[in-house]
Design a protein around this ligand. Structure first.
Ligand SMILES: Nc1ncnc2c1ncn2[C@@H]1O[C@H](COP(=O)(O)OP(=O)(O)OP(=O)(O)O)[C@@H](O)[C@H]1O
Ligand SMILES: [Mg+2]
Length: 286
């Protein structure tokens, strides 16, 4: 049997419930200066969530928005690398971590900035596979809560959350983040991806966060069905189609945002249009 917080509240006077509540209150206070929070998700791995997140962050930053990115992928963090802040120093001030900024001013927080580069991934021991899954979820939620409670984002117009693959991840994040503004779902034109992404759209609906729309990434690379039909079936806005462009991957490997270094390319133009569509769906500045 897996214990829940309330089952062990009295354990040894550790007051875990109290600690979690205090952390959740800190988290709420930290996010009070953040106008919109958007999670980028996809049940499927490797479809380009992180690349889309990094480029969207750059699009908004180029438009003068104050942008932050939280890398919610604790085991395979890539945002520090893609946004060019790897090796950046984390400054701790008044008990809060100040995320480093990249060349465009995007603030980035990632597990990658906390761990030595060759550190082993996070693993959680549990007597059975089932429990391992439960504990993984719990530990991830704890780690993310801590991240969000301890990071001083300051005032932001937009905080993007780059989620790891897995249809269940969004529920964890939606439960943690008060007032998640919306969710952007990424897919690629393949049956296999869309099968999983369809489930992600269902999970997104369950999470109560509005689905801002679906992005088709790597368009033209696979012969599968286009995502516009999937969006239509799901009653979700279609945000655009980003073509496959090997230079986009190369830019990410150099820590540069493709939209900034190759703005004339079709993929960059498409990403700007996706950003504009997201912008239109966000609450207006007060
Ligand atoms: N439109 C594109 N054109 C060319 N390469 C792309 C494109 N989008 C993403 N890539 C490349 O595909 C690879 C996977 O992308 P990325 O890491 O963004 O996917 P992901 O969905 O975040 O993966 P994970 O599920 O592991 O988090 C990367 O090497 C990235 O540079
Ligand atoms: Mg990723």
């Amino acid at each position: 049997m897996t214990k829940r917080y309330r089952d062990i509240a009295g354990d040894g006077g550790s007051n875990i419930v109290g600690q979690v509540q205090a952390q959740q209150a800190r988290l709420r206070a930290r996010l009070a200066g953040v106008r919109s929070i958007v999670a980028v998700v996809s049940g499927k791995g490797g479809v380009g969530k992180s690349s889309v997140t990094a480029n969207l962050a750059a699009c908004f930053a180029l438009d003068g928005w104050r942008v932050g990115v939280l890398d919610a992928d604790l085991n395979g963090p890539t945002m520090a690398k893609m946004l060019g802040v790897r090796g950046g120093k984390l400054v701790v001030r008044d008990g809060a971590v100040e995320p480093p900024r990249n060349a465009l001013g995007v603030k980035v927080m990632s597990m990658d900035l906390l761990l030595p580069s060759d550190a082993a991934p996070l693993t959680w021991d549990a007597p059975t596979q089932d429990e391992a899954h439960t504990w993984r979820g719990t530990m991830e939620a704890n780690a993310l809560r801590e991240f969000l409670a301890d990071t001083d984002w300051g005032e932001l117009d937009l905080l993007l959350l780059d989620l790891p693959p897995g249809t269940d991840r969004l529920l964890t994040v939606a439960a943690l983040v008060p007032g998640l503004t919306g969710v952007v779902v990424v897919t690629i034109p393949s049956d296999v991806s869309q099968l999983v992404v369809r489930r992600s759209l269902t999970v997104a609906a369950q999470s109560r966060a509005p689905v801002l729309g679906l992005v088709e990434n790597m368009a033209g690379l696979f012969p599968g069905p286009d995502a516009e039909g999937l969006a239509k079936d799901a009653g979700t806005p279609f945000l655009g189609r980003v073509p496959f462009d090997a230079d986009l991957a190369r830019a990410a490997d150099r820590g540069e945002a493709f939209v900034a270094v190759a703005p004339e390319r079709e993929a960059a133009r498409a990403l700007r249009e996706v950003a504009a569509a997201i912008r239109r769906s966000l609450p207006v500045a007060s």
